[in-house]
Write a protein that binds this ligand. Structure first.
Ligand SMILES: NC(=O)c1ccc[n+]([C@@H]2O[C@H](COP(=O)([O-])OP(=O)(O)OC[C@H]3O[C@@H](n4cnc5c(N)ncnc54)[C@H](OP(=O)(O)O)[C@@H]3O)[C@@H](O)[C@H]2O)c1
Length: 247
């Protein structure tokens, strides 16, 4: 197993891509902290699934959009555990709309959850990683953070911001053996994309060279790779997992 003895925190681990990351990290031997904000039942189910396979998992409620809650929850965990060695900043929301009518409150909540949340959670774990001189942080960006997308200015700004954050953190933390990378998923079948209309889905499908929608476990495999020693000489990179959509 690739991640025996590691402790991983996955934000937004209760559903979709985050859930797949929790299951895949646990499959490789990591103990997983499954963060959620509202869906306690789903988070408990992820933990039960991991335990049923012989793994170790704990649900952990906090809102990544709330800096104080995030810091306190992580500090409490670090009183019990020596270090969190893998952080997957996956929690994210969309709130789409054309710029002309876009409310500043929506801009704030998209940026606070997707971007500031990743900064705050990273800040809360890096001290323990620095002490251990080991760590892997993975930010869940998006292919639209590279390409842009009409109707998603706030979301794309947040996801592009994560790429800048990835590179700056990678440069700042490399000397402590902490690697920081991002995954940029394309169109993945989850609750987030269920809300798209059939017309929108058909339009997106046409832009995917591999000709199909991606699965959460296909993102999770890239996350496991970046979390593990198999990627020990990779830092500051953005790996698109998008069926070729962003080419
Ligand atoms: N699906 C795609 O096609 C796609 C493409 C590119 C990038 N992404 C990115 O991948 C990540 C996961 O997306 P997904 O499609 O799996 O989303 P999803 O199915 O909507 O799941 C979102 C997850 O994030 C959690 N969450 C939302 N707001 C939170 C907050 N304030 N604090 C803590 N947790 C919070 C949710 O927890 P609860 O269950 O408690 O609500 C849930 O576990 C996101 O960052 C998204 O932007 C997705």
């Amino acid at each position: 197993m690739l991640l025996q003895g590691e402790i991983a925190l996955v934000t937004g681990g209760s559903r979709g891509i985050g859930k797949a990351c929790c299951l895949a990290l646990a499959q490789e031997g990591a103990e997983v902290l499954v963060n959620y904000v509202a869906n306690e039942t789903a988070a408990n189910q992820v933990c039960e699934e991991i335990r049923a396979r012989g793994g170790k998992a704990t649900p952990l409620k906090f809102d990544v959009g709330n800096p104080q809650q995030t810091q306190e929850a992580i500090q409490n965990i670090l009183k019990e555990k020596k270090a969190i060695s893998i952080l997957v900043n996956n929690a994210g929301i969309t709130s789409d709309g054309l710029m002309m009518r876009y409310a500043v409150e929506d801009w704030n909540s998209v940026l606070d959850t997707n971007l500031r949340g990743a900064f705050i959670a990273s800040q809360a774990v890096i001290r323990s990683m620095m002490k251990e001189r080991k760590g892997s942080i993975i930010h869940m960006s998006s292919i639209v953070g590279i390409t842009g997308n009409p109707g998603q200015a706030a979301y794309c700004a947040a996801k592009a911001g994560l790429i800048g954050l990835t590179k700056s953190m990678a440069k700042e933390l490399a000397s402590r053996n902490i690697r920081v990378n991002a995954v940029a998923p394309g169109y993945i079948e989850t609750d987030m994309t269920h809300v798209l209309t059939t017309e929108q889905k058909e339009g997106i499908l046409k832009a995917i060279p591999l000709g199909r929608v991606g699965r959460p476990d296909e993102i999770a495999q890239a996350v496991v790779f970046l979390a593990s020693g198999r990627s020990q000489y990779i830092t500051g990179q953005v790996i698109p997992v998008d069926g070729g959509m962003g080419m």
